[in-house]
Design a protein around this ligand. Structure first.
Ligand code: PLP
Length: 433
């Protein structure tokens, strides 16, 4: 399998080259040059790792990672993604993607990327420094995935005072090869610093900077694995295709779902749930792609006015009419998020995080005939990551899942810096020793 940029058919490069590069040199995003067809063998397996390995195999065909795929999937997907039933009639299920070390779905992609880069590393290679900017969830997942991996340092920049206490804990509790840095500024300042560091060729070369950005194929492809597992699991039980509602921001999770159906997995409809950042909803309505300034919402990990993976989605379905055949999109307001969390707790005893609540709200709004079909809402984070929002709505305390409880006792440490490249250079320089 080869990969090309969304902006040009050539050059075509290997999977491991695409993982190492992240973004294509022409500014495009890497996509497969052809679509493999999903192997019926996957139907014979029942567990996540063998299904993920079978599904990923054609994507790694001919690459140095091919022979290590089973080991990589085994190391990356060492926690479950159960599909649990919500309604008594069994029509609605939840795909729970929050059982990993930082209790959000980004653990899947971050762990697969870390295991892949570790496999590609030779013992004589100098240490790589993974530099990421985060508005909350990404940094924690990346830090956890690379923590104590020999040959990797991780520096996570987050906006001081603008991440939730639970998120800050996950950015600052690791120690060893992971350094959290609070930037006196906002998320855009953090992102600008990362870009400046990559442009600074002296810094980039001396420190062997690398990114674990969400546009990296190494984070996107493995996200197909949980759709493969859930849809195959459902098919084996009921011989019907499962439909998914995906809470979306930069559209990485939704893109993985669309790709999973593209290779022939038993998936029917796909709905993108957006918060007030409604760019995809508007595109499907008007046919015009208009990125907007980002609006802050309760589902903050989905706050993106200009979703980075739209370029990949447009590569597959270039016009609004093509895209309408492939998926639909709905927007959900903060007030609807609040009401949905309250309602579904009272009705089903289920506690949603604000992101998952957008998908639950979209399900509740489906026309009754459509709602009769089997649906899964995708739960992207555990509600205990957002207690300040969720607990007042349900008027009870949320029990920490074991992974988050284990972090709660760890000592935290972080550096504080002004949003200037000189300050970042000083911090990175001290790492190089
Ligand atoms: C990142 C994130 C999302 C959005 O995922 P995209 O792949 O960017 O669309 C949704 N929910 C949670 C909890 C997240 O952390």
């Amino acid at each position: 399998m080869k990969y090309r940029s969304t902006r040009s058919p050539r050059p075509q490069i290997s999977l491991s080259a695409a993982l190492a590069q992240g973004l294509a040199p022409d500014g495009g995003l890497y996509v497969p040059v052809e679509w493999p067809h999903w192997s019926q063998d996957a139907l014979l397996a029942d567990a996540l790792v063998p299904i993920a390995t079978t599904m990923m195999r054609p994507f790694a065909a001919g690459d140095v990672l091919e022979t290590s795929l089973e080991t990589i999937c085994g190391a990356a997907f060492n926690f479950p993604c159960p599909l649990t039933t919500v309604t008594a009639d069994g029509a609605l299920s939840v795909l729970e993607l929050f059982h990993g070390p930082t209790a959000a779905f980004k653990d899947f992609g971050a762990r697969f990327l870390a295991a892949s880069l570790a496999t590609l590393r030779r013992p004589t290679d100098p240490p790589l420094t993974i530099l990421v900017a985060t508005s909350g969830d990404t940094g924690g997942a990346v830090a956890a995935a690379f923590h104590r991996r020999p040959g990797f340092n991780v520096v996570v920049l987050f906006p001081q005072g603008r991440v939730s206490p639970a998120q800050q804990l996950q950015l600052t509790c690791w120690g060893d090869n992971v350094l959290g840095v609070a930037v006196r500024g906002d998320f855009d300042d953090c992102q600008a610093l990362v870009k400046a560091a990559f442009r600074d060729s002296d810094l980039a070369l001396r420190l062997h900077l690398s990114s674990a950005n969400s546009i990296n194929l190494g984070r996107l492809l493995p996200q197909m694995a949980y759709y493969a597992w859930a849809s195959v699991h459902h098919w084996r039980q009921f011989e019907t295709k499962l439909s998914f509602i995906v809470p979306s921001g930069n559209l990485g999770n939704a893109m993985a779902c669309v790709w999973a159906r593209q290779i022939g997995l038993p998936i029917a409809d796909i709905i993108i749930a957006q918060n007030a950042n409604r760019s995809v909803v508007d595109f499907l309505d008007t046919g015009e792609w208009r990125p907007r300034p980002t609006i802050a919402t309760l589902a903050s990990a989905m706050d993106s006015g200009n979703p980075s993976n739209m370029e990949r989605l447009l590569d597959l379905t270039p016009s609004a009419s093509d895209m309408r055949k492939a998926l639909s999109a709905c927007t959900v307001s903060d007030e609807q998020i609040r009401q949905r969390i309250r309602h579904d707790f009272a009705e089903y005893g289920r506690i949603w995080c604000p992101h998952t609540a957008t998908a639950a709200e979209v399900y509740a709004q489906l026309e009754p005939p459509r709602r009769k079909r089997p649906w899964a809402i995708v739960s992207t984070a555990h509600p205990a990551k957002f207690p300040e929002i969720v607990e007042p709505l349900i008027d009870s305390t949320i029990k920490l899942p074991p992974a988050l409880a284990a972090l709660a006792d760890r000592a935290t440490h972080y550096e504080v810096m002004s949003p200037e490249i000189e300050s970042l250079r000083a911090i990175l320089g001290s790492l190089a020793g």
